[in-house]
Design a protein around this ligand. Structure first.
Ligand code: FMN
Length: 531
């Protein structure tokens, strides 16, 4: 077995939650000593972006067809892109405690994902690399490119501070960082679509390339608080962007002038989780040759009934903390619409350059016209026989819909089971449905271990679509990273590493916690001078 694959498998098994033992994490947490959610670089020029909060015309339902006129690329719209993808959507307050929420969700609201804007050939900002500081809705200029730089338009880079997540979740945190990247990518995809733009993932780039472009390999970080490179993508703001020469861009970063040092995140490093560095090395991405895979985009059979604007849905997205079990009855058409939205042929997955690897095993609790029980949504049809062979022989595999590839497996009231499997959380049982995202696992990663990360990214992307679709139907979703891995596999009859459940999700009618006060995302910025 290849050494890296062995490390990845060993990490995966070691970080499973089990009925009798959770994965290794801190024994105690000092809540007053939480790592700062907002990274700042001291010594950089600050570029303040125009006031956030602008409403755009497209309705959420307009995102179904990709014919939204492209907005011009300027500071207002680049700022909106960042805000709608990674900006603050609200503050919550309870007594003297106050915390920010963002357009992208994050496990434990710890936000390990950092976002960068790389600009060349744009009039509104000098060519260089900028760190997005969501708290202030501003850019910190990390690098100024010198001389003539190839015009590559606008790029967005994503990285993760694993320690920020590990502070609370210990060894399992690396998984959550990857989920969060998938969600951030989904958030970026919706933000771009709302502006009439699109996202192109640079699938071939190695982690080292991303390090070099974003300056993550520089001596500007406290060792334990470094950022790991994840994704680089280009935002197409007009149809015919010229092809990008990666080498020229990397040279521009190398010869550019760099500024600033990352401030410490301000919490004690009381616990150390060396396994996270080990998995991070084992799953690092080399430069790759990527076959061009593009699922043909199909028209939706069920149109989104949502009449709210896309910006409103994006900003109002939240995780439900609790559901009203009695009110969580979802109409079958709405359920099918949500499932159709996570199929690989839909606009949100246009940026996904690789064949799908994830299927949804769904506990239907409360969907009008569907018998409660276990169902599966196949995201590609070739998997049917393989999954039939890998799961319980008494599943009946009855196709229940002509609209989505949904199969009934077993009838029954699975609410208590779903709750137990999701670490005893009631959000998995009081909902209309909850689900496990099951990945084609060992065959995806045995020769290419870094794909371990990509499986989680795909799960996060699916999760982001479910969050927004739920919001658009006046329901609400919550991502669930805490679940008992092998108990899920046992229930489904999965016996080996060929298939593994990598993320859970739940959707229902939320119960609001009226003790919490909600404040606007950017009220704290006060009076505002536009740059
Ligand atoms: C990868 C991931 C895992 C999560 N796991 C859980 C979970 O197990 N239980 C839970 O109640 N919420 C979970 N959440 C929801 C987060 O707590 C929530 O996103 C965060 O508090 C920010 O709130 P918001 O989504 O309303 O912005 C998860 C979110 C993500 C993205």
């Amino acid at each position: 077995m290849n050494e890296k694959y062995e490390s990845v498998l060993s990490y995966h098994h070691r970080t499973k939650h089990r009925l009798n033992r959770y994965a290794n994490g801190p024994e105690s947490i000092d809540w007053q000593d939480q790592p700062n959610q907002f990274r700042r670089f001291s010594g950089c020029e600050i570029v303040r972006l125009p006031r956030p909060g602008t409403e755009l015309e497209p309705l959420f339902s307009d995102l179904d067809n990709a014919e939204i006129p492209a907005k011009p690329l300027n500071s207002v719209n680049a700022g909106l892109l960042l805000e709608l993808a990674f900006g603050l959507s609200a503050w919550k307050q309870f007594g003297s405690n106050r915390w920010a929420l963002r357009c992208n969700p994050s496990s434990g609201n710890l936000h390990p994902t950092e976002a960068y804007l790389v600009s060349t050939g744009n009039d509104f900002i000098q060519s260089g690399v900028y760190h997005y500081l969501s708290h202030d809705h501003s850019l910190e200029r990390r690098c100024l490119f010198s001389g003539d730089v190839q015009d590559a338009g606008l790029l967005i880079g994503l990285s993760s501070i694993h320690w920020r997540e590990a502070w609370k979740y210990g060894e399992r945190a690396y998984r959550y960082c990857q989920h969060d990247i998938g969600h951030a990518l989904g958030a970026l995809s919706y933000a771009s679509a709302t502006l009439g733009w699109s996202v192109e993932l640079f699938a071939k780039w190695s982690d080292n390339d991303i390090n070099q472009l974003l300056g993550l390999d520089r001596d500007d970080f406290i060792t334990l608080e470094h950022e790991s490179p994840d994704i680089i993508c280009r935002i197409h703001t007009q149809p015919n962007n010229k092809p990008l020469v990666a080498k020229a861009l990397l040279e521009a970063a190398q010869s550019g002038e760099w500024f600033g040092k990352a401030d410490g995140l301000g919490a004690n490093h009381s616990y150390h989780w060396p396994i996270i560095n080990e998995i991070s090395n084992a799953a690092s991405k080399p430069k790759t040759i990527e076959p061009m895979h593009q699922a043909a985009t199909q028209q939706y059979t069920i149109k989104s009934p949502c009449i709210k604007s896309a910006t409103q849905i994006i900003r109002q997205r939240r995780s439900a903390q609790q559901f009203d079990g009695n009110a969580s009855l979802l109409a079958k058409t709405d359920f099918y619409r949500m499932l159709a939205a996570v199929l690989p042929s839909t606009p949100a997955f246009e940026l996904w350059r690789w064949p799908p690897k994830i299927h949804l095993f769904i506990f239907v609790h409360n969907v009008d016209g569907l018998t409660p029980g276990i169902y599966v949504l196949l995201r590609y049809s070739d998997a049917l026989e393989k999954l039939q062979a890998a799961t319980l022989s008494d599943f009946d595999w009855q196709k229940v819909s002509e609209i989505v590839p949904l199969y009934h497996l077993h009838s029954g009231d699975y609410r208590q089971v779903a709750k137990t499997l999701s670490c005893h959380q009631s959000i998995a049982s009081d909902s209309a449905f909850s689900l496990g995202m099951v990945a084609e696992f060992s065959e995806s990663i045995d020769v290419t271990p870094w794909l371990y990360r990509r499986l989680y990214w795909e799960c996060g992307l699916i999760g982001q679509v479910l969050y927004l679709e739920a919001e658009a139907l006046d329901f609400r979703g919550t991502g669930i990273g805490c679940y008992l891995d092998d108990s899920v596999h046992e229930l489904l009859g999965i016996k080996d590493d060929k298939w593994q459940s990598l993320y859970h999700f739940t959707v229902g009618m939320p119960l609001e916690d009226h003790r919490l006060e909600t404040l606007p995302g950017y009220a704290h910025l006060g009076s505002y001078d536009i740059l």
